[in-house]
Design a protein around this ligand. Sequence first.
Ligand code: EPZ
Length: 422
Amino acid sequence: MSSYLISGGRPLNGQLHVHGSKNAALPIIAASLLYQGVTVIRGCPDILDVRYMIKILRSIGCGVVYQDDMLQIDASEICLENISRECIGKMRSSILLLGAALGRCRHMTLDYPGGCTIGARPVDIHLKALEQMGVHIEEVDGAIHCETEGLSGARIVLPYPSVGATENLMMAGAMAEGITWIQNAAKEPEVSDLAGFLSAMGVSIYGAGTDRIGILGKCSLHHTEYRVMSDRIVAGTYLLAVAGTGGEIELLNVAEQHMHCLLHLCEAMGCEVRMTEKGVRLKSARRLFAVEDIHTQPFPGFPTDMQSQLMAVLATARGESVIYEHIFENRFRTAGELQKMGADIQIKNNRAVIRGVRKLKGCHVSARDLRGGAALVIAGLMAEGDTIVENSIFVERGYQDICKDLTQLGAEIRHSRDAREG
Ligand code: EPZ
């Protein structure tokens, strides 16, 4: 089991370039199936979830070349029969293949992408909407069997602005007869990035970034080269790591409009934040202030993917902070690990009360999910003494090389292989 060994208590300082976004790259890779030819995606992060997606695409017959951060996908011929069930099971985002694949192959069987530690994560919204577009769906023995005579445009009102369902329907709409309208669509920047890619491919798509998206289907598609947006959650994670440890950072390749909510929160905690021509600069305060009533919300609200990292930073802020998690029903699991480090956190239903303590103590903790793992790395950097964060594989799903990045900022952090060598 691989781990991170962290020697904490040092302020972090320096400059970092933020890699491409996991949550933009994954739907864009799925959308490359729409075009029967070669697509080039640049700025693709080298993370486990991208590697899983590449394995899935290769298992259905795509030619895939991945060099530095450039992904070249040849989807001229695909056959869904041999789809890699091992990778499907490892990654929930495999559900994103449904919309594009049904447009190409008219039938697909996908293992039910089970939940994960942050929640049950059903896919009912995806499936009900695809049925409206002419897909017949049967769920048998944990698998989802989908058949269609051909996708048809529909007027779909989502019961919840699901990011994945919005993205799936954008891809299905690109292959459908007529126009598809998605109302109560997700407005996340990653949805807009997918729309940018689809439009570059030749799809007529309107309204991405708003709650109403229209897609004209059956446009003629062509070869595309596209650069993925930077990862706003990785950027936010590093900003909070500096806020929590004291110090100063300049993050390059960051879009301010993707980070407003978090940047305002950092200022409310006492940090100095300003935009530079290259990105964003943050200077931490000696001791941060607590922040009351933080609610995770769909974009542009405070992102649920930053909730665990913020909880770690507030563990030593001055005063009492309250975080409400409204998106995933089980996303407070990291609190237990932070309590082992001396944090004073009380959880009741979807509400976490964090009373700031002077210092966290380094100890042996276990990551249980991607962002919870990143939060424990931040806590280890803030703590006095050494911390071991087990199950680093969770973090490697979404951070290209967190050790290299944090070491560049002056952190003392090593990966399990080095740790075992002593
Ligand atoms: C995307 O997941 C992201 N993943 C998540 O990031 C992110 O936390 C989430 O959006 C919310 O912003 C990717 O983009 C790959 P949802 P997704 O559909 O699409 C419920 C990370 O750490 N729901 O917006 O799965 C669901 O249970 C990951 O990078 C249904 O009930 O999120 C949840 O409570 C974690 N039925 C809520 O909606 C459905 O059919 C939000 O889910 C679909 C969703």
